[in-house]
Design a protein around this ligand. Structure first.
Ligand code: ATP
Length: 314
């Protein structure tokens, strides 16, 4: 089984409870573990995969809380770093229509430093870049580029999820697009939401969008479409694979569960070329990943809602 290294942020999401969109009126918050790459690492380990979290938290009680959650989920946290800068915090409120108010206090996540000894560990394994905060600068961004280079040198399978956050890129979408393109060009697998696919390709039609991404160099493209399932595209075929029917309560983390489940399955294959060439195999994998995404929406929260192997098989 291949190892999967998930690189990026782990942070506290303070979610305002019961007072509508206006954060200035929020009185109570619940403390949740957040960070897409960390969610993906948990999704993989919960399904029996071998996942590593590579990111930085503060040397403070919030950092301890976050790493403890990952360790409880059997994610390997030996490569995680601690900094004297405070753990990154996000405060968010969402009203009944899904309108958000968002404040972000960026801290330790940006301070991940490059570790040259990881290069050999990447050999023939999988690296997942979940770039929500990584492209905002700091030594994390520099580290991202160096690990991408190391991964390619060591023939690692590269997975990329841009994790576009509107609130973080207001008025600088062009910078986000340019930085993402550098990863899309080098990745074997890219996972986009519908919004990301359109933004990063400059196309409204998804077939056209996939063509742009394939021309840039990506081999497998998955575009997640919520209850509609997932568009899977390779240079040989393209199809929409439906999801299962569920009654969603909270869609947070569905995309992370999806990509985690897909990577956990890819990690079972010693020769990834065989996966890339096999339409049926890829289709089955995406069907299963759809199921993982769907199950995650049935409960509140991200990590706590990720499916176990038993849930997925039942
Ligand atoms: P995120 O919001 O976590 O960034 P995303 O927008 O990429 O994620 P979604 O499209 O919401 O992710 O969900 C990922 C996958 O989970 C979908 O492709 C689909 O297979 C499944 N899924 C999500 N929502 C539903 C739903 N309501 N019903 C059935 N399946 C769903």
């Amino acid at each position: 089984m291949k190892k999967v290294f998930c690189i990026g942020e782990l942070l506290i999401d303070f979610v305002a409870e019961n007072q509508g969109k206006d954060l200035s009126k929020a009185k109570e918050f619940s403390k949740k573990a957040g960070g897409a790459p960390a969610n993906v690492a948990c999704a993989i380990s919960k399904l029996g995969g071998d996942s590593y979290f590579v990111g930085c938290v503060g040397n403070d009680p919030f950092g301890t809380f976050l790493l403890r959650i990952l360790a409880n989920e059997k994610v390997d946290i030996s490569l995680a770093q601690k900094s004297d800068t405070f753990t990154t915090l996000a405060f968010v409120s969402i009203d009944a229509d899904g309108e958000r108010d968002f404040v972000f206090s960026r801290g330790a996540d940006k301070e991940l430093t490059y570790d040259s000894s990881l290069k050999t560990s990447f050999e023939n394994n999988i690296i997942h870049f979940g770039a929500a905060t990584a492209l905002l600068g700091g030594s994390l961004e520099e580290t991202y580029s160096r690990y991408l280079f190391d991964g390619l040198t060591k023939k690692a399978f590269i997975s990329f999820d841009p994790n576009y956050r509107v609130d973080l890129w207001k008025d600088k979408e062009d910078v986000f697009i340019r930085k993402c393109h550098a990863f899309i060009e080098k990745s074997h697998l890219c996972k986009f939401s519908l919004e990301e696919a359109k933004l990063l390709s400059g196309k409204d039609n998804l077939e056209d969008a996939c063509k742009v991404f394939h021309e840039m160099g990506t081999v497998i493209i998955v575009i997640t479409l919520g209850s509609e399932g997932t568009l899977l595209s390779t240079s040989n075929f393209s199809k929409t694979i439906p999801s299962i029917k569920v009654t969603p309560k909270d869609t947070t983390g569905a995309g992370d569960a999806f990509i985690g489940c897909l990577l956990q399955q890819i990690a079972q294959h010693s020769k990834i070329e065989n996966v890339l060439a096999d339409e049926n195999l890829l289709t089955n994998m995406v069907e299963r990943a759809n199921k993982a995404g769907a199950i995650t929406t049935e409960n509140f929260g991200a990590i706590e809602s990720l499916p176990t192997l038993q849930q997925l098989d039942s």
